[in-house]
Structure formats: C-alpha cells, structure tokens
Design a protein around this ligand. Structure first.
Ligand SMILES: Nc1ncnc2c1ncn2[C@@H]1O[C@H](COP(=O)(O)OP(=O)(O)OP(=O)(O)O)[C@@H](O)[C@H]1O
Length: 263
C-alpha cells in the first residue's frame, strides 16, 4: 500500500473488529489495512451488516479492536485518554441529536465540550470556532432556530457543523446521507469534500452511496465478504474490487460507467 507518510493522520494495520462477550468473541471483519490523509475525503462502503459501523466505532475508540493496530498521529489509539481523543476525532452519528429543543447555535456549541471547563463556559476562542463552523456550513440564516423545526438535510448540516466546531484532525460520520433525497445526498457529500480541502481535516464516512462516493472521494475502503480493499476509486475499479460487494445474481458493476447495472 502506497501512502504519503507526511500527511497520514490515521493508519489501521491488519485490524480485526468485532464483539467480545465474556469468553465469546464474534469477529466481524479482519485484516483491514488503510491510511487516511489530511485534507482528503474517504468513504467506507459495503453491504448491510458487513461491519461499517463497527469499524467506525472502533476507529473512534468507542469499542476496542480484536487484533491489529490503529495509529493516530503517530501514537497508538489505546494510549489516548478520552479527552485527548475528543480533541482529535469527532463523530457524527445519524439520528443522534443531543436535543431537538436546543437552537442551532447551542447544538453546534456542544462541539466545544472537550475544551470548556467543568461549568461549560465558552471562551472567546470557543465562540469564534462556533461562528466559524456556522459560516463554513452556511447556517447563518437558521442559527437561532430550534432544531425540531429543521428538515433532515438542515439537521445533518448542523451535526456536521458541530463536528467542525470540535476542531479535530479527523471527522467520522456514520451514514451522513440517510433520509436525504439524491440532490441533498450529493450536496452533503460535496460539502464534506470541500470542507476537507478548506479545513485540511481528514473526513471518513460510511455510506451506501457507492456511485456518488466513486465520483467524490479521494480514497474508498471497500468491505466485502471476500476481503477489504483500499485505494483511489480508479485503482479499485481497475482491480475489480467493486465486483466483490454484492452477490452476482442481480447486479453487476460496470467499470466503464462506474455504476451498478441490473442483470
Ligand atoms: N453490540 C453488538 N454486539 C454483537 N454484534 C453486533 C453488535 N452491533 C452490531 N453487531 C453485528 O455486527 C455486524 C456488523 O454490523 P454493523 O452495524 O457494523 O454493519 P454495517 O455495515 O454498518 O451495516 P448497515 O449498512 O446495515 O448499517 C452485524 O452482524 C451486527 O449484527
């Protein structure tokens, strides 16, 4: 695997992920290796139940890996304290709004929690980061609205703004385009690409939007029952990796158009 070491933010080597319940171990996927870089947009794609959310939770330090290593900014992930981790990785989970009764600005300000004191007072710098996130996501007009009055697309932007306000080197999003129409799916993923470039953060999301991800991402991690493949969309198409995603009875991947065709 060729990587630009200087810009690498997060690296997984021969990672095994899954669940431990007492002595019972259930391994969901193994031998996962990849590296993501500053300023780049990365997707994880794979069929339902293949382990995308499990992998994202493992990378975010919410659950331990079963084997292998995760290196975050040259330091193994388990060596980070929770506070240190919250300053390096922000996590956006779909359908997990802190409270719909908060305003847009209050919700985004929650992203500053890893930096505030125990009463949660916001400093000038915190307020500046919140304002910056509101501007980056173009949320000025709705900043005083209560979250329960927003559409799904607007809410998704608010959750992304909260992650941006958290000011981490990595932003992880679990299915950020669920419930959105094709225009807003494209809008959110294009926005993530622009944010990665503008803020030089490394953004990693899981998605069922394979064709859009092929068009927009720098790198993609393909998770399949045959193995896990990582590379640029062109490289993965060349290697035939998208053909491993689904059983071949209904659809096939057309390498010329980068789309799935019904057989
Ligand atoms: N807490 C848990 N304990 C044990 N197994 C779990 C737990 N959570 C998920 N799993 C199992 O792990 C496997 C992978 O689930 P995961 O949610 O990571 O897949 P996914 O690729 O995100 O799926 P989808 O695209 O449907 O959201 C599934 O078989 C699931 O049943």
């Amino acid at each position: 695997m060729t990587t630009d070491k200087k810009n690498t933010v997060l690296k997984a080597e021969r990672l095994g992920i899954g669940y431990k319940n007492g002595k019972h171990i259930s391994e969901i996927a193994s031998d996962i290796s990849f590296a993501i870089s500053r300023g780049e947009l990365n997707a994880i794609v794979g069929a339902n139940g293949i382990g995308k959310s499990t992998l994202l939770r493992t990378l975010a330090g919410i659950q331990p890996s079963l084997s292998g290593t995760i290196i975050l900014n040259d330091k193994p992930l388990p060596r980070y304290t929770n506070t240190e981790l919250a300053r390096e990785i922000s996590l956006v989970l779909t359908d997990q709004l802190p409270s719909r009764n908060l305003t847009v600005t209050e919700t985004i300000a929650l992203g500053r929690q890893p930096y505030t004191n125990w009463i949660g007072t916001l400093t000038e710098n915190d307020l500046h980061k919140v304002k910056e996130a509101i501007n980056l996501l173009n949320l000025g007009e709705i900043q005083h609205k209560k979250c329960y009055t927003l559409s799904d697309g607007q809410l998704q932007k608010v959750m992304i703004a909260r992650a941006i306000a958290q000011d981490t080197s990595i932003v992880i999003l679990d299915e950020p385009t669920t419930h959105l129409d094709v225009y807003h799916k494209t809008y959110i993923l294009k926005l993530l690409k622009d944010l990665a470039r503008q803020t030089q953060k490394s953004i990693l999301y899981s998605s069922h939007e394979i064709e859009l991800s092929i068009q927009l991402c720098h790198k993609i991690l393909v998770m399949s029952s045959k193995g896990t493949y990582f590379g640029s969309p062109c490289q993965l198409i060349e290697e035939g990796s998208f053909n491993h995603l689904f059983p071949g009875d209904l659809i096939t991947f057309d390498r010329n158009t980068g789309t799935f065709k019904v057989k």
